[in-house]
Write a protein that binds this ligand. Structure first.
Ligand SMILES: CC(C)(COP(=O)(O)OP(=O)(O)OC[C@H]1O[C@@H](n2cnc3c(N)ncnc32)[C@H](O)[C@@H]1OP(=O)(O)O)[C@@H](O)C(=O)NCCC(=O)NCCS
Length: 184
């Protein structure tokens, strides 16, 4: 069984820096941000979600602790928020320490969050996952999560120079060509 233990201030600071780096890396891999801007944008996103740090109202940052051994196996960050007239528990983060993975802790943590949602009369748990994160997606499927909406994307690759210079786009074709200035 998993118990949720509030972060200390120093645990929070360490988690925040790690999470900022992780989110920046995921956004770069997803093609959303460049390497150069990623850390700055990720820091800004985290600051705007957690303006008062650990004390930001409605946000919960918890260590995941194995109740039997007392071992700290991972972390979670979630928020109970209003969606119209109902409430949703949104999971910003769930992570299991690398050396403790594939032992059932991820699944146990999600079950613990589900209990928490039930206790607070929340009707739905939801989260976002990047497409290439197959491990997390397999975990969520096993825990009974279903796709609520899908965001699709396709990389737009530039044409090879041999093709790109040959034709003008249709909207430009009817425009008069710019006259070349000729020196007399
Ligand atoms: C995703 C994560 C939380 C899973 O935690 P975990 O404790 O290893 O998961 P569990 O042991 O409870 O796994 C339960 C089931 O999920 C699936 N699963 C979990 N990790 C998997 C992986 N890497 N590949 C394939 N399936 C996986 C399996 O079906 C597994 O059951 P099985 O071990 O009997 O086959 C963990 O890998 C992690 O912390 N990843 C890095 C952080 C992260 O990406 N978090 C998600 C952010 S959206």
């Amino acid at each position: 069984m998993i118990v949720l233990v509030p972060f200390t201030r120093s645990e929070f600071e360490e988690f925040l820096q790690r999470n900022i780096r992780h989110f920046a890396r995921e956004r770069v891999e997803a093609g959303d941000w460049t390497r150069r801007e990623a850390l700055r944008l990720s820091t800004r996103a985290h600051r705007s979600l957690l303006p008062q740090g650990l004390r930001t109202p409605s946000h919960q940052l918890r260590a995941l602790v194995d109740a039997r051994s007392g071992l700290r196996v991972g972390e979670t960050w979630y928020q109970v928020r209003r969606i119209g007239s109902s409430k949703e528990l949104w999971v910003y983060w769930i992570g299991i320490r690398e050396d403790q993975r594939r032992k059932g802790y991820g699944l146990a943590a999600l079950r613990r969050l589900e209990e928490e949602a039930r206790r607070r009369s929340v009707k739905r748990i939801a989260l976002h996952v990047f497409g290439p994160n197959l491990g997390a997606r397999a975990l969520y499927a096993k825990a009974g999560f279903q796709v609520l909406e899908e965001q699709l994307g396709k990389a737009v690759r530039p044409l090879p120079p041999s093709l790109s210079g040959r034709r003008r786009p249709p909207q430009e074709r009817n425009r008069p060509k710019a006259r070349r200035r000729v020196r007399s």
